[in-house]
Design a protein around this ligand. Sequence first.
Ligand code: TYD
Length: 208
Amino acid sequence: MGQGARFITFEGIDGSGKSTQARLLADTLRARGQRVVLTREPGGSPGAEEIRRLVLEGDPDRWSAETEILLFTAARRDHLEKTILPALADGQVVICDRFADSTRVYQGITRGDLRATVDALHGLMIGREPDLTFVLDMAPDTGLARAKGRNGTEERFEDFGEHMQTRMRAGFLALADEFPARIRVIDAQRPPAPIADEIAALTTRAMA
Ligand code: TYD
């Protein structure tokens, strides 16, 4: 975990509470006088938000896994160019709800082993990792129940079922082993407040 961490991401299966924790960390840092950009993927810039609609809405079979990797990476490239890199250059902290680790897990393992394709495209078009990543870890049945409770049109990825959620959880934990310098696994099966406290403490240490 690099000192002076400024680019922080949250990852985890659907319903793991990432978005809440990303917002709480942004609130904490702002209360300390930091300038923070809170953003999310897919999306986070006008162009990437348009791509978000393409990937998250509609028929689950709308895109092949390979096309999906291209779309998520295209959205990420625009987000990086238009939102993330300018904010970092301006000295702001960037907190992002999902980033490349989501593509490594969702597109990399859910429909065959496409991790090498994900990594090749990432190397070519993104080439940037966060300084610090929190994987919010929880049992798939808990996450699924929460995610299903939210109604909406962005449902292409929410019908994976418990078996797939179990594989994705394992995928995120494997990434934590692969990138121990930047990824911290957080027990997300607790109330939000103690989770937020742990994340704030780890962030403070990484930013010093
Ligand atoms: P998100 O808005 O974070 O939804 P949630 O709050 O339910 O986690 O993400 C939307 C969906 O997009 C989510 O099911 C994961 C999926 N996704 C990918 O498949 N690949 C990616 O690269 C990203 C960023 C997200």
